[in-house]
Design a protein around this ligand. Structure first.
Ligand code: BGC
Length: 747
């Protein structure tokens, strides 16, 4: 891709200041053992201790001097970081550098769309590039380690952290999560522009009951292995340096004390050799869980389970020695944890390059980074509706545009959640961009109508209707403030907040075409807003460059290509609703008896009925993978190269895709498979491949997918991962509910 070269050039400026130190595995292991052999117990426990230095700076300095701190988080001032590191490198006995962590989730300074938005691009290269840019910027101030990517499968839009996820699908999350790991870590972890990744939250956190944050999960082992674990396994395969445990207890066992996931799966089955950090105080939160009676028991359970580093709660430091003396833990356990941590510090080159070069040329908000963030925002936008081809707008014929809605000029809110370092002064909003790019030729009338998303006052709506009346088209920018999604921000009601729906309905009464542009942290139940709008462009909070991206899309300088990485429910009551649910005994057959179809005092019968809601039906508002373009695509001629395959064969399937509309565009072709019969019930469909296919107007291409049959393996009735012989259905199409279908057999 074009931008990658620019970004690499930008990063080179930075790289030249500090050399990369590549050491072989043997070298690293030797150094680790040598250092470990010199360490006291206190120094070992110190490596396992991560602090957030919000307390007395002199106490922290003294703790580092004594070797009691292995890592700090949440400091991003390069001078301060160098000062801290100087204490570790010059005043501590063994001169072990501290590793500096930070939540760099969707950009450091240059903010990209929230991860859920990036997932809508179905573009691993772009997602990798976003993580690379984030790494370059964060590393330039001295950050060594990000707590990302978040690869929790998220099937509940009430959960505020769905914003940080890559959506509901295991395969999409695996591919994009791995891309993020690669982007953060670069080709060599010791490269000064690389930062260690930390796939999180291990595991199941997204399945909290009722979509409430921190709530318990009940994921049986088969579902854990088939649905929730694969993205993490993929992250290990591409070399993720660290892992973070999750807050939830699954079936009664908090992840931070869960030997099965940490020892059995992560270490034994996947051979992970990086280190595991707890989540924020999740070691001592096992007391509130009722899983440990005090910090000492919490430390014991976490160390035994395999949590190498404790984030902020200090129980390893305070109880480690006593636990050892009492024989509750062994020195071998401590040594293993310290080995894992030191291994990553060596791989990062921190011993050789502990300091950040403050004289390096600035890379924050570099033009190439902003350009890349804009492209990401373009590819992340999903066109949900475009009645009468109201979009794209024609700049030559439109004389007046009415801009309404609280998100038109919300510099802070369009950045989304988890942007500790983003600065709203750099945000380009849609309103500002419209004025800048079209203000001379088109009259742009602005009346927000409501001030912010939760604003329930309706007295501003009349002014919005007034500007709508004078305009050729109304652009209604609605959505959610950034603070309504993210950690600890779950919602039970997913309608547009405040008076936003009233605003859209009111401007629609003018009869002017209404284009609703949503910016939100999650899928919202916007059925009624879609109905009264002529077009709907959905953006998960699009970041710093959201304005220019959206304006290019509205005026057709860019053509929408995003697809939903998560199902949109009609009603909250449909949740959980996701496309790859298991086959039921009475599957939906395409017809439903709805609430008002039932006569009064009808006799009770269930015959002929299937799994659906009387008042909401079966279908969601929009299915996974859905997204329109300004142009149209037609699929034809689906052909399998062989319809009878063996477990070690590779399936090859081709389809012709034609751009039958008037615009050049990109279609995300999606391949789904159904394993028709199994030793356990199987999902009705699973995404197995996707590809972005650029097509000029009128152009036709043959797209060929290859899929090793081994990728159809799943955990069977005996909990063994295997491909079961039998019949399979396969679809290739434009979303999870459309497509050409064929069948094949695995012998
Ligand atoms: C979150 C993590 C985050 C950590 C450090 C916790 O509250 O759950 O995702 O990385 O804080 O900020």
């Amino acid at each position: 891709m074009i931008r990658i070269s620019v970004i690499i050039a930008a990063s080179l400026l930075f790289i030249t200041c500090r050399p990369a130190i590549s050491a072989t595995h043997d070298d690293v292991d030797r150094k680790v053992e040598e250092l470990l052999s010199k360490m006291t117990l206190e120094e070992k426990l110190g490596q396992m201790n991560q602090l957030s230095p919000w307390g007395d700076p002199s106490e922290i300095a003294s703790a580092i001097r004594k070797g009691h701190v292995g890592s700090i988080l949440n400091v991003v001032d390069p001078e301060m970081l160098n000062a801290v590191q100087k204490i570790a490198m010059e005043e501590s006995r063994l001169k072990i550098p501290v590793i500096v962590g930070r939540d760099v989730i969707h950009g450091f300074k240059t903010i990209y769309p929230i991860p859920l938005g990036q997932a809508a691009s179905f573009n691993p290269e772009l997602v990798e590039e976003g993580a690379r840019v984030a790494a370059i910027e964060a590393a330039s101030v001295g950050v060594h380690w990000t707590f990302a990517p978040m690869i929790d499968i998220a099937r509940d839009p009430r959960w505020g952290r769905i914003a940080e996820s890559l959506g509901e699908d295991t395969y999409l999350t695996s591919v994009l999560g791995a891309a993020m790991v690669k982007g953060f870590q670069g080709s060599d972890l010791s490269d000064p522009s690389s930062i260690a990744a930390c796939p999180k939250h291990f595991v199941g956190y997204g399945a909290g009951e009722g979509g409430r944050d921190y709530a318990s999960t009940f994921i049986p082992e088969r579902t854990l292995r088939n649905v929730y674990l694969p993205p993490f396994e993929e992250a290990v395969k591409v070399g993720a340096a660290t892992f973070m445990t999750s807050f939830n207890d699954n079936d009664g066992v908090p992840s931070t004390g869960n030997k099965f996931i940490l020892e059995q799966v992560l270490r034994k089955e996947w051979n992970f050799d990086g280190f595991v950090v707890s989540d924020w105080a999740s070691v001592t939160e096992m007391i509130a869980h009722g899983f440990a009676k005090d910090p000492k028991e919490a430390a014991e359970k976490a160390i035994k389970a395999g949590v190498d580093m404790e984030m902020v709660s200090g129980s390893y430091m305070s109880s480690g020695k006593q636990l050892l003396e009492e024989g509750k833990i062994t020195m071998g356990m401590i040594d293993d944890a310290v080995r894992n941590i030191l291994r990553i510090k060596f791989r990062l080159g921190l011993f050789e390059n502990p300091y950040v070069d403050t004289s390096a040329p600035p890379v924050l908000y570099a033009p190439a980074h902003l350009e890349s963030a804009k492209e990401a925002a373009i590819q992340s936008a999903i066109l949900l509706k475009n009645e009468g081809e109201v979009l794209p707008l024609n700049a030559n014929t439109i004389k007046t545009i009415a801009v309404v809605g609280p998100m038109a000029d919300a510099a802070h809110d369009q950045l989304g959640t988890w942007i500790f370092d983003g600065d709203k002064n750099y945000t380009r909003t849609p309103l500002a961009t419209l004025k800048e790019q079209y203000g001379n030729d088109i009259r742009i009338l602005y009346a927000a109508g409501t001030e912010f998303s939760r604003d329930a006052r309706t007295d501003g709506i009349a002014a919005a209707v007034n500007v709508a009346r004078q305009a050729d088209v109304v652009l209604a920018f609605v959505g959610e403030e950034a603070i309504l999604s993210g950690e600890a921000h779950s919602l039970a009601n997913l309608n547009l907040q405040g008076a936003q729906s009233d605003l859209i309905a009111a401007v629609a009464t003018t009869g002017k075409p209404v284009v609703t542009v949503v910016m939100a942290g999650r899928p919202l139940t916007i059925g009624r807003d879609v109905e009264v709008s002529n077009a709907v462009l959905y953006n998960f909070h699009p970041g710093t460059m959201g304005g220019p991206a959206i304006v290019d899309l509205l005026f057709g300088k860019a053509v929408p290509s995003g697809k939903l990485p998560v199902t949109f429910p009609k009603e909250v009551g449909q949740i959980p609703v996701y496309y790859s649910h298991n086959s039921t005994g009475r599957p939906y057959q395409g017809s439903e008896t709805m609430l008002n179809d039932i006569p009064q005092e009808a006799g009770q019968t269930s015959l002929g009925n299937t799994s659906f809601y009387l008042d909401a039906g079966f279908a969601p508002l929009y299915p996974f993978g859905y997204g329109l373009s300004y142009t149209t695509f037609e699929y034809a001629n689906l052909r399998l190269f062989s319809s009878s395959l063996k477990a070690n064969d590779v399936l090859t399937v081709s389809v012709d895709i034609a751009n039958t509309g008037k615009y050049d565009g990109v279609e995300v072709a999606q391949l789904y498979v159904q394993d028709c019969f199994g030793s356990v019930t199987r999902p009705v469909k699973e995404l197995k491949r996707f590809e972005r296919v650029p097509l000029k107007a009128g152009e036709k291409k043959t797209v060929t997918f290859t899929l090793p049959i081994s990728e159809l393996a799943f955990y069977n009735i005996d909990m063994i991962k295997t491909v079961e012989a039998g019949d399979f259905n396969l679809w290739v199409g434009t979303n999870s509910q459309a497509g050409l279908m064929t069948s094949f057999m695995v012998e």
